[in-house]
Design a protein around this ligand. Structure first.
Ligand code: GRF
Length: 193
Protein backbone atom coordinates (compact mmCIF):
# COMPACT_ATOMS: atom_id res chain seq x y z
CA UNK A 1 0.00 0.00 0.00
CA UNK A 2 1.29 3.44 -0.92
CA UNK A 3 1.62 5.82 2.01
CA UNK A 4 -0.62 8.84 1.43
CA UNK A 5 1.18 12.16 1.76
CA UNK A 6 -0.15 15.66 2.34
CA UNK A 7 2.46 18.28 1.47
CA UNK A 8 2.53 21.83 2.82
CA UNK A 9 4.82 24.44 1.28
CA UNK A 10 5.18 28.17 0.77
CA UNK A 11 7.88 28.39 -1.88
CA UNK A 12 9.28 26.94 -5.05
CA UNK A 13 8.79 23.36 -3.98
CA UNK A 14 12.10 21.78 -4.92
CA UNK A 15 11.82 19.29 -2.05
CA UNK A 16 8.34 18.34 -3.15
CA UNK A 17 9.71 17.92 -6.67
CA UNK A 18 12.43 15.57 -5.39
CA UNK A 19 9.83 13.52 -3.49
CA UNK A 20 7.50 13.36 -6.49
CA UNK A 21 10.35 12.39 -8.81
CA UNK A 22 11.33 9.57 -6.46
CA UNK A 23 7.70 8.39 -6.56
CA UNK A 24 7.62 8.66 -10.37
CA UNK A 25 10.85 6.64 -10.64
CA UNK A 26 9.27 3.90 -8.56
CA UNK A 27 11.76 4.42 -5.71
CA UNK A 28 9.23 5.60 -3.17
CA UNK A 29 6.00 3.73 -2.47
CA UNK A 30 3.97 6.84 -1.75
CA UNK A 31 1.29 9.02 -3.25
CA UNK A 32 1.08 12.79 -2.83
CA UNK A 33 -2.66 13.24 -2.37
CA UNK A 34 -2.73 17.00 -1.85
CA UNK A 35 -0.41 20.01 -1.81
CA UNK A 36 -1.45 22.98 0.30
CA UNK A 37 0.12 26.44 0.34
CA UNK A 38 -0.45 29.67 2.23
CA UNK A 39 1.01 31.58 -0.75
CA UNK A 40 -1.33 31.92 -3.69
CA UNK A 41 1.35 31.98 -6.40
CA UNK A 42 3.79 29.52 -4.79
CA UNK A 43 5.70 27.42 -7.29
CA UNK A 44 4.85 24.32 -5.27
CA UNK A 45 1.17 24.69 -6.28
CA UNK A 46 2.06 24.92 -9.97
CA UNK A 47 4.33 21.90 -9.60
CA UNK A 48 1.51 19.90 -8.02
CA UNK A 49 -0.90 20.88 -10.78
CA UNK A 50 1.63 19.88 -13.43
CA UNK A 51 1.74 16.42 -11.84
CA UNK A 52 -2.06 16.20 -11.69
CA UNK A 53 -2.04 16.46 -7.89
CA UNK A 54 -4.72 18.42 -6.04
CA UNK A 55 -3.29 21.88 -5.24
CA UNK A 56 -5.05 24.12 -2.74
CA UNK A 57 -4.27 27.64 -1.61
CA UNK A 58 -5.43 28.20 1.98
CA UNK A 59 -5.07 31.91 2.89
CA UNK A 60 -3.25 32.04 6.22
CA UNK A 61 -5.27 34.69 8.05
CA UNK A 62 -4.04 37.48 10.28
CA UNK A 63 -0.87 36.00 11.82
CA UNK A 64 2.61 36.21 10.27
CA UNK A 65 4.24 33.02 11.51
CA UNK A 66 1.35 30.70 12.39
CA UNK A 67 -2.22 29.96 11.38
CA UNK A 68 -5.48 30.91 13.02
CA UNK A 69 -6.84 27.75 14.72
CA UNK A 70 -9.96 27.79 12.49
CA UNK A 71 -7.79 27.94 9.39
CA UNK A 72 -5.54 25.16 10.70
CA UNK A 73 -8.77 23.21 11.25
CA UNK A 74 -9.67 23.68 7.60
CA UNK A 75 -6.28 22.31 6.59
CA UNK A 76 -6.76 19.31 8.90
CA UNK A 77 -10.09 18.65 7.18
CA UNK A 78 -8.52 18.87 3.72
CA UNK A 79 -5.83 16.38 4.79
CA UNK A 80 -8.37 14.04 6.41
CA UNK A 81 -10.55 14.16 3.29
CA UNK A 82 -7.58 12.72 1.40
CA UNK A 83 -6.93 10.12 4.12
CA UNK A 84 -3.41 11.53 4.51
CA UNK A 85 -1.11 9.36 6.66
CA UNK A 86 1.98 11.57 6.74
CA UNK A 87 2.08 15.37 6.63
CA UNK A 88 5.24 16.56 4.90
CA UNK A 89 6.30 20.16 5.47
CA UNK A 90 8.41 21.22 2.49
CA UNK A 91 9.33 24.85 2.94
CA UNK A 92 6.12 25.74 4.80
CA UNK A 93 6.93 29.05 6.46
CA UNK A 94 4.42 28.83 9.31
CA UNK A 95 4.52 27.14 12.68
CA UNK A 96 2.14 24.25 13.24
CA UNK A 97 0.01 24.37 16.39
CA UNK A 98 -3.41 23.09 17.39
CA UNK A 99 -5.53 21.49 16.08
CA UNK A 100 -3.11 19.93 13.58
CA UNK A 101 -0.58 18.63 16.13
CA UNK A 102 -3.29 16.56 17.80
CA UNK A 103 -4.98 15.48 14.58
CA UNK A 104 -1.68 14.15 13.17
CA UNK A 105 0.26 13.34 16.32
CA UNK A 106 3.66 11.88 15.40
CA UNK A 107 2.79 12.14 11.72
CA UNK A 108 4.09 15.57 10.77
CA UNK A 109 7.67 15.94 9.54
CA UNK A 110 9.76 18.89 8.39
CA UNK A 111 13.07 19.44 6.64
CA UNK A 112 15.35 22.19 7.89
CA UNK A 113 18.57 23.45 6.28
CA UNK A 114 20.96 23.03 9.22
CA UNK A 115 22.23 20.35 11.56
CA UNK A 116 19.64 20.93 14.28
CA UNK A 117 19.65 21.83 17.12
CA UNK A 118 22.08 24.33 15.61
CA UNK A 119 20.58 27.24 13.71
CA UNK A 120 16.80 26.88 13.94
CA UNK A 121 14.69 29.52 12.23
CA UNK A 122 15.15 31.65 9.16
CA UNK A 123 18.07 31.44 6.66
CA UNK A 124 19.87 28.71 8.61
CA UNK A 125 22.56 28.44 5.93
CA UNK A 126 23.45 32.12 6.50
CA UNK A 127 23.53 31.54 10.24
CA UNK A 128 26.02 28.70 9.68
CA UNK A 129 28.17 30.87 7.43
CA UNK A 130 28.13 33.77 9.90
CA UNK A 131 29.17 31.37 12.67
CA UNK A 132 32.20 30.20 10.61
CA UNK A 133 31.06 26.59 10.63
CA UNK A 134 33.04 24.23 8.44
CA UNK A 135 30.24 21.68 8.28
CA UNK A 136 26.50 22.23 8.19
CA UNK A 137 23.72 20.23 6.56
CA UNK A 138 20.05 19.42 6.76
CA UNK A 139 17.75 17.72 9.24
CA UNK A 140 14.43 15.91 8.95
CA UNK A 141 12.55 16.08 12.23
CA UNK A 142 9.15 15.54 13.76
CA UNK A 143 7.16 18.72 14.15
CA UNK A 144 6.13 19.98 17.56
CA UNK A 145 4.78 23.35 18.68
CA UNK A 146 8.26 24.91 18.81
CA UNK A 147 10.46 26.33 16.07
CA UNK A 148 12.40 23.46 14.41
CA UNK A 149 12.55 21.80 17.83
CA UNK A 150 10.93 18.38 17.33
CA UNK A 151 12.70 15.03 17.62
CA UNK A 152 15.38 14.52 14.99
CA UNK A 153 14.79 11.68 12.53
CA UNK A 154 17.78 11.96 10.16
CA UNK A 155 20.55 14.34 9.18
CA UNK A 156 22.91 14.81 6.28
CA UNK A 157 26.17 16.75 6.50
CA UNK A 158 27.27 19.33 3.94
CA UNK A 159 30.72 20.99 3.91
CA UNK A 160 31.04 24.75 4.04
CA UNK A 161 33.65 25.58 1.40
CA UNK A 162 36.06 28.53 1.26
CA UNK A 163 34.44 31.36 -0.68
CA UNK A 164 30.91 30.12 -0.06
CA UNK A 165 28.17 32.73 -0.25
CA UNK A 166 24.77 32.23 1.35
CA UNK A 167 23.48 31.29 -2.10
CA UNK A 168 26.16 28.71 -2.96
CA UNK A 169 25.87 27.11 0.47
CA UNK A 170 22.08 26.99 0.37
CA UNK A 171 22.22 25.40 -3.09
CA UNK A 172 24.60 22.68 -1.79
CA UNK A 173 22.37 22.04 1.23
CA UNK A 174 19.34 21.74 -1.03
CA UNK A 175 21.04 18.98 -3.04
CA UNK A 176 21.44 17.08 0.24
CA UNK A 177 17.81 17.79 1.18
CA UNK A 178 16.58 16.36 -2.10
CA UNK A 179 18.31 13.06 -1.32
CA UNK A 180 17.48 12.93 2.40
CA UNK A 181 13.75 13.74 2.37
CA UNK A 182 12.64 10.97 -0.04
CA UNK A 183 14.89 8.52 1.84
CA UNK A 184 13.23 9.34 5.18
CA UNK A 185 9.74 9.13 3.69
CA UNK A 186 10.68 5.73 2.24
CA UNK A 187 11.26 4.52 5.82
CA UNK A 188 7.80 5.75 6.88
CA UNK A 189 6.34 4.03 3.82
CA UNK A 190 8.00 0.72 4.68
CA UNK A 191 6.75 0.92 8.28
CA UNK A 192 3.17 1.57 7.15
CA UNK A 193 3.22 -1.25 4.56
C1 GRF B 1 14.33 24.25 2.23
O1 GRF B 1 15.62 24.76 2.28
C2 GRF B 1 13.91 23.67 3.55
O2 GRF B 1 14.97 23.17 4.28
C3 GRF B 1 13.31 24.85 4.25
O3 GRF B 1 12.66 25.57 3.23
C4 GRF B 1 13.29 25.34 1.99
C5 GRF B 1 12.24 24.91 1.01
O4 GRF B 1 12.72 24.87 -0.28
N1 GRF B 1 12.44 24.40 5.31
P1 GRF B 1 11.82 24.26 -1.45
O5 GRF B 1 10.54 25.09 -1.54
O6 GRF B 1 11.54 22.83 -1.14
O7 GRF B 1 12.66 24.45 -2.67
Amino acid sequence: MKIKLGVLGSGKGSNFRAIQEAIDRGELDAEARIVISDVVDAGILDLARSHGIKAVHVPPGKFKTKLEPEIEGQIVQLLKNEVVELVVLAGYMRMIKQPMLDAFAGKIINIHPSLLPKFPGIAAWKQALDADETVTGCTVHYVDAGMDSGEIIAQSEVPVLPGDTPETLHARIQIAEHALYPEVIRKFASQSA
